[in-house]
Design a protein around this ligand. Sequence first.
Ligand code: GLN
Length: 538
Amino acid sequence: MRKYIFITGGVMSGVGKGVATAAIGKIIQARGFNVTAIKIDPYVNVDAGTMNPTEHGEVFVLDDGVECDQDMGNYERFLGCSLSQANYMTTGSVYLSVINKERSMYYKGKQVEVVPRIPLEVIERIDKAAKKEKSEVVVIEIGGTVGEYENLLFLETIRLLKLKKPKDVILVLVSFIPALSAGGTELKTKPTQHAVRNLNSVGIHPDIILGRAVVPLDKKRKEKIQFMCSMGEGDVISAPNVESIYEIPINFEKDNIGDRILKKLSLKSKEKDMKDWDNFVRGIKKAQKKVEIGIIGKYFGSGDFILTDSYISVIEAVKHAAFFWKRKPIIEWINAEIFEKNPKNLDQLKEYQGIIIPGGFGGRGVEGKIKAIEFCRKNKIPFLGLCLGMQLAVIEFSRNVCKIEKAHSSEFSKSGNLVINFMPEQKALLREKRYGGTMRLGSYQCKIKPGTISFQAYKSRLVSERHRHRYELNNDYRKILEENGLVFAGVNPERDLVEIIELKNHPFFVATQFHPEFKSRPLQPHPLFKEFIRASVK
Ligand code: GLN
């Protein structure tokens, strides 16, 4: 017995289909079922690794090194699980495996037709993921919006699977309900009616409609959608704007979505337990005292429009840790380039209780970030560096403490003292322009040095963290860095690579080569973020 809940989007994108999927998964999980979540993205890229963050948002990384859509992060955070390759596919990756199979005579000389081959491949992958995770219920989010050309084959997948297993498959349409009046009350259902007709034209019909609107749907609007879209009573659910995404499962449950879904899938609730989650959300609402964190980056888009999608996991990790300490997180975005234009701007950093420099690629803003790190080091402002943030902290320390004036990373400079450098195998990959999926990716072990801040945070000698980078701290410089007081608090035991650096005599100066943010969960904040926020609050 395996049940499938498909989620598609109507009218327009960007209305929170990913968190809606994660929330539905959470609700079913809380009823005692083993749930896994799958994302299908309609683009031709084989994975998200080669896409620019300002275009695509954050690239999330799984334990097995898959570079995927940020929604996978939402699934992991809501379900409290760790997903793998099987849980993520794109048009490109599906076609690639069908073509590879064809090349190896897998189809035994048959003509390989797009339908049914592509949908069958998708179904095979969904079942593989469910089997791997031993899941009774799979939630599958289909990227894009109904009516687009790109996701047609995935809608066809729903049709085929529903044809085969009518009692085991349901479809949820997350549809945008625009409001015309300023107060947001005059909700318009027509676009949703069109979205449903679009679904009907490819042979499927939604079982549940989630009405995404600024305010909850009133009775009249629900009835209208029910009537015009041939929906059952109670199958139109309100999905209004919320302050925190973590409220969403609780909000959906106000309209009994869990019961509706289980009934449609002929499942009986084994239990109903969202206590921990409820408490967590109550905590968010109660947190009054603030903790103000500045994040110095560059992937904000252009002009005054701040696009923080590129740093979503960092933001969530800060929130989880802040809520743990009963603080309301205030996150401010600082463009690194302002410190290059005018070093006086560095004084602004004193307004924050803690500073984060997250990951990044390419030289823009790098010198500004190095100046900011120097400022945090000297002024004892709690500092957390993530990936590029660690590499730049090493450059700063080399230049200003070890007096290696030409210290740099080979990512930004061909000459000088390359304290951050390629791994030898990376050189060949770049020469051959093999960029996709070739960084140091996924989970690697890290041995923690006792007596360090990191050890105090993890309370463990050996941890495992996720990576996404090409460059490493150059071991040739380890001796001089250490002699000058840099602490190597974490090292990868297999390859002897530095994973965490720290400073003594500083309230909190920790930087990691890996991305701890990918493993933070609302109910289990990441240990390093927890320590960072604790130091910031202090
Ligand atoms: N650009 C750096 C590298 O490739 C850092 C990457 C990152 O911050 N994720 O090593």
